[in-house]
Write a protein that binds this ligand. Structure first.
Ligand code: NAD
Length: 349
């Protein structure tokens, strides 16, 4: 028989009217003994002798829906095992979930942990990305402090009018963007998304970006709603041409027409197949994660609204657009994705 002081409280849970206490004591052989005291008269005290580790004590709780109750204390000794269950559990009761998150994670990690839980419990997850996804790969976006719009207004250049009436300006704008792509490599956040896709946690990526970085990072199911910068073609006969010819200002070798990048200009129709496939993926999703977009460009900005599931918005600057989402994480895309990935790895099954 153990003395009272030999038992350490591992987990204490509030039931509303009372508490459930899981205690543990390490044996000389390295195994653990556990003791569970519950409010249920028939199961008032349960004991378990375990040859295994300290985490095995949680088996004593298997007959109780303890994650729907409220944590009072989580001993750091058992915290990782508890976190694993918290992140993998499909919660019906949001308030008990928040209580477990608060008990297990520092404040700065709680939103990332919430997102990790949603990712682990979602059936179908879709990402929707914008130019802010690529700023950490040193490609400027359009609207934030460092964006292209501070230098030049894309609405005056990224248009069929500019292509027809001011070709030198049009060509120089896109040639500069192509040049900046030469040295661009996908940052770690891109690789996080592609690794989640290969683990079956992500079904598709719909992007407004024209830089091709999602594919470069290994994502396979990518819908490029605004086309791809480097897919140069003739604006008259549609024949494919090389990026080099476009950047040198050489006309189409077939018909002499002006070459143009394979992007959707303001006022043009989106590529039908990518749009339809993206829409279908979003409509079937129960989690959509929108990253680095000001949601100002129509119709792509309708994408997050097409999912009936949970919605997440990740952006480095807070804006009114955030109000439409269930969860908002303010910060840099790459950093947040890596933070969530670290949490997922820490509780890997
Ligand atoms: P946008 O410039 O309107 O908005 C970018 C958003 O990303 C802003 O809200 C900004 O706060 C946020 N942001 C910036 N850096 C971030 C970071 N590190 N982490 C998280 N958020 C960050 O871009 P948009 O909404 O995508 O729409 C503009 C159009 O620009 C799109 O049609 C797109 O085709 C085009 N565009 C593409 C690229 C690219 O392919 N890399 C670059 C510039 C513009």
């Amino acid at each position: 028989m153990r003395k009272a002081e030999e038992w350490t409280t591992l987990l204490s849970i509030g039931t509303g009217g009372g508490t459930i206490e899981l205690k543990g004591a390490e044996r000389k052989d390295g195994g653990w003994d556990f003791r569970l005291r519950t409010d249920e008269p028939s199961k008032g005290v349960a004991y378990q002798t375990s040859g295994g580790g300290k985490e095995d004590g949680l088996h004593l709780l298997s007959h109780i829906a303890w994650l729907s109750l409220y944590p009072l204390y989580v001993n750091p000794v058992i915290a990782n095992a508890v976190e694993k269950r918290v992140l993998h559990h499909k919660y019906r009761n949001e308030s008990s979930f928040m209580a477990w998150l608060e008990a297990c994670y520092p404040e700065a990690e709680q939103k990332a942990a919430l997102l990790a839980n949603w990712l682990l419990t979602a059936e179908r997850t879709v990402f929707f990305t914008g130019a802010g996804m690529s700023t950490e790969s040193n490609l400027p976006d359009f609207r934030s402090k460092e964006g292209w719009w501070r230098r030049i207004d894309p609405r005056t250049v990224a248009t069929p009018d500019a292509l027809n009436d001011d070709y030198p300006l049009f060509k120089d704008f896109y040639a500069a963007r192509m040049k900046s792509l030469e040295a661009a490599v996908p940052h770690a956040g891109y690789h996080v998304i592609s690794s989640w896709e290969s683990r079956g946690m992500v079904q598709a990526v719909a992007t407004q970006n024209v830089d091709g970085l999602h594919r470069k990072a290994g994502s396979r199911n990518v819908y490029e709603l605004h086309g791809r910068l480097q897919a140069v073609r003739c604006s008259r006969c549609d024949e494919q041409a090389s990026e080099q010819d476009f950047r040198r200002g050489i006309p189409c070798q077939i018909c002499g027409g002006k070459l143009r990048p394979g992007v959707v200009l303001f006022g043009e129709i989106l590529p039908e197949k990518d749009w339809d496939d993206a829409l279908a993926a979003v409509q079937q999703s129960d989690l959509i994660i929108t990253i680095g977009t000001s949601l100002e460009v129509y119709p792509a900005n309708q994408i997050p609204l097409m999912s009936s599931g949970r919605s997440v918005y990740i952006n480095s600057e807070y804006s009114g657009a955030a109000a439409d989402f269930d969860l908002v994480l303010e910060g840099r895309a790459g950093e947040i994705l890596q933070q969530v990935d670290r949490l997922l790895k820490s509780v890997k099954k």
